[in-house]
Structure formats: structure tokens, C-alpha cells
Ligand binder design. Structure first.
Ligand code: AMP
Length: 113
């Protein structure tokens, strides 16, 4: 996707602080962290949001979650962490490329909505 911010990061056109990368996914630090550790994990293939997942493209989500477990270990998130994916305007999604926030490093509030 030509003008997608995260596609530009994936292509290396916009710099990012990479935490993990393989042929299918990229993980990088959020530019405006909401917790001491705030990492975004994205599929390299453009998927707009959770709402665009289907039987054909959802396998990458299993890979993302398996990798998140490794990233959390690597980041020392031994006391736990939160994984969030905002979908659509009511959830506050600001970048239209599927991404999972990994938040941790201190006690997170329980506010969900
Ligand atoms: P969301 O609001 O759930 O769509 O999340 C988008 C996230 O992308 C926000 O937490 C932003 O801080 C983050 N973000 C926006 N631009 C960049 C960037 N250039 N590098 C890293 N994170 C970014």
C-alpha cells in the first residue's frame, strides 16, 4: 500500500527502532510510548485491521502471537504485559494497518473502555 505509514516503515522508507523482523512480520518501538515498554507488531502484508482478517490471511496472527511471547521474554516483561489491537474509529485506531500493541514494564491500569 503506497501511502500506508506502517507499509512505509516495513519498506524502510520511514525509520523505526526494530525489535524483531522475519519474512512475515515486523516489530518496532512505538514512537509515543504509553508504557515503559511499548512495541507494535505488524504483518508485512497489508491488512487494514482485525476487521479484515479471514480464513485466508489470519495465519499470520498466530505467528504474531507466538513471536510476542518471545519478544516479551527478550524485553524482560516477567510480570506480564498487555496485547491490544484497536479496530476502527470507535476503538481509536489511527493507523490503518493491522497492528498489535505490546505494553508492559509497569503495572497497567485495568481500564478497558
Ligand atoms: P492505533 O492508535 O491503535 O492505530 O496505534 C497506532 C500507533 O502507532 C500509535 O500508538 C502511535 O504512537 C504509533 N505510531 C505512529 N507513527 C509511528 C511511527 N512513525 N513509528 C512508531 N510508531 C508510530
Amino acid at each position: 500500500m503506497e501511502n500506508c505509514l506502517f507499509c512505509k516503515i516495513i519498506r524502510g522508507e520511514i525509520p523505526s527502532t526494530k525489535v524483531y523482523e522475519d519474512e512475515r512480520i515486523l516489530a518496532f518501538r512505538d514512537i509515543a510510548p504509553q508504557a515503559p515498554t511499548h512495541i507494535l507488531v505488524v504483518p508485512k502484508a497489508h491488512i487494514g485491521s482485525v476487521a479484515e482478517l479471514n480464513e485466508e490471511n489470519a495465519q499470520v496472527v498466530a505467528h504474531i502471537f507466538a513471536t510476542i511471547a518471545h519478544i516479551a521474554e527478550q524485553e524482560g516483561l516477567v510480570n506480564g504485559y498487555r496485547v491490544v489491537s484497536n479496530c476502527g474509529p470507535d476503538a481509536g485506531q489511527t493507523v490503518g494497518h493491522l497492528h498489535f500493541h505490546v505494553l508492559g514494564g509497569h503495572e497497567l491500569t485495568l481500564q478497558m473502555a
